[in-house]
Ligand binder design. Structure first.
Ligand code: ADP
Ligand code: ADP
Length: 229
C-alpha cells in the first residue's frame, strides 16, 4: 500500500444557506520519499486536502491512510498527537517567531517532539550554519524559508506539507527552495507534498496530482523529474 493513500474523500462547508463542496470525492496515492505536487487553480480545493492530510481538519467522508493508519478514524486526541509528532508544515510567509533566532525557532519545534533530530545538523542540511544566531528580520526571504523548512524537518516528520512555499520569493530564490525540497525527499526519504497554483513547478516533482473544481483530474508520474538548477 502506498505511504499516503486518500480514498474518496469529501469535505463540504456550510455558508449560511449554501453548501460549498471543497473536496468532491478525492482519491490519490503518494509513495514514501516522493516529492509530490498538488497543482490547481485558486479555489480548487488544495488547501482543504493539505489541511486534512495534516490533521488540521477532518473529512466528511473517505479514508486518509498515512503509513498504514487511517487518520480519518482518529480521535481528536490522536489527531493532535499526529499533527504534533508526524507532520511538518511550511507556509508561504514562513511564520517564524520574530523574537527568536533561527536556531531558537527550530529548537522550539523539537521541544515537544519525540523523534527530534539534532538542531545544528538540520540547520546545516538546509545551508544555514552561518545564520543560526540571526533573527528572522535579519534574514532574506529565502533564508527565512530555509529556517521554516529546518523547523519542520527537525521533528523528523512522516510528511512535510508545504503551502505555496515559493509564493513569496523571487524566481531564483524560489528555485533554490524547490531544489532543497527535492533533495530533502531524495536524500532523507521524507515524503514532501507541495500545494501550488504554479504549473512551472510540476516538471520537478516525482508525482503531480492535478485538482480542479474539487476533484482530482489527473495524476502524472515523472520517472525522471527535472532537477532544479
Ligand atoms: P485552494 O487551496 O485550491 O485555493 P481551498 O481548499 O482553499 O482551495 O477552497 C476550496 C473551496 O472551499 C473554495 O470555494 C473555498 O472558498 C471553500 N472553503 C475553504 N475553506 C472554507 C471554510 N473554512 N469555510 C467555507 N468555505 C471554505
Ligand atoms: P508567479 O507567476 O507565481 O510569480 P513564477 O514563474 O515567477 O510564477 O515562478 C514562481 C516560482 O516557481 C519561482 O520562485 C520558482 O521557484 C518556481 N519556478 C517557476 N518556474 C521554474 C523553473 N522553470 N525552474 C525552476 N523553478 C521554477
Amino acid at each position: 500500500m502506498s505511504y499516503v493513500r486518500v480514498v474518496d474523500e469529501f469535505k463540504r462547508y456550510q455558508m449560511g444557506e449554501n453548501t460549498i463542496v471543497a473536496n468532491n470525492g478525492i482519491t490519490f496515492e503518494i509513495e514514501k520519499g516522493d516529492f509530490a505536487v498538488i497543482l490547481g487553480p485558486s479555489g480548487a480545493g488544495k488547501s482543504t486536502v493539505l489541511n486534512i492530510l495534516g490533521g488540521m481538519d477532518t473529512p466528511d467522508e473517505g479514508q486518509i491512510w498515512i503509513d498504514g493508519h487511517n487518520i480519518a478514524e482518529d480521535t481528536t486526541k490522536q489527531l493532535t498527537k499526529y499533527r504534533r509528532d508526524d507532520v511538518g508544515f511550511v507556509f508561504q510567509f514562513y511564520n517564524l517567531v520574530p523574537n527568536l533566532t533561527a536556531k531558537e525557532n527550530v529548537e522550539l519545534a523539537t521541544q515537544i517532539s519525540p523523534n527530534a533530530l539534532d538542531v545544528d545538523e538540520v540547520l546545516e542540511s538546509v545551508g544555514l550554519s552561518h545564520r543560526v544566531d540571526n533573527f528572522p528580520a535579519q534574514l532574506s526571504g529565502g533564508e527565512q524559508q530555509r529556517v521554516a523548512i529546518a523547523r519542520a524537518l527537525a521533528k523528523n516528520p512522516k510528511l512535510l506539507l508545504c503551502d505555496e512555499p515559493t509564493g513569496a520569493l523571487d524566481f531564483e530564490t524560489g528555485k533554490s527552495i524547490l531544489k532543497l525540497l527535492q533533495n530533502t525527499a531524495k536524500e532523507t526519504g521524507t515524503t514532501v507534498i507541495v500545494i501550488t497554483h504554479n504549473s512551472a513547478i510540476a516538471p520537478m516533482a516525482d508525482r503531480v496530482i492535478y485538482i480542479n473544481d474539487a476533484k482530482v483530474r489527473e495524476t502524472v508520474l515523472n520517472p525522471r523529474p527535472r532537477s532544479v538548477d
